[in-house]
Design a protein. Structure first.
Length: 71
């Protein structure tokens, strides 16, 4: 992947679907932290070196509440 391959992507949380299981934060602690209730807080855009992990986090979400989208 080129250096700019992950530029312009970010994680989005579908709040009505999210049940605060925390898998996204476990898989991608560089970009996702949990708030006091266990819901994910996305810290910023997905850097190229985190693109594969971001895709894994999206795929691992049991409620499909996490998406990787272009900014």
């Amino acid at each position: 992947m080129s250096r700019g391959g992950g530029d312009g992507q970010q994680l989005r949380v579908d709040w009505p679907q999210c049940r605060a299981r925390g898998l996204c934060a476990e898989l991608l602690p560089e970009l996702v932290v949990l708030d006091e209730w266990g819901y994910p807080v996305v810290l910023g855009p997905v850097r190229p070196e985190h693109t594969d992990l971001a895709r894994e986090a999206v795929a691992a979400c049991p409620r499909r509440a996490l998406r990787l989208v272009r900014r």
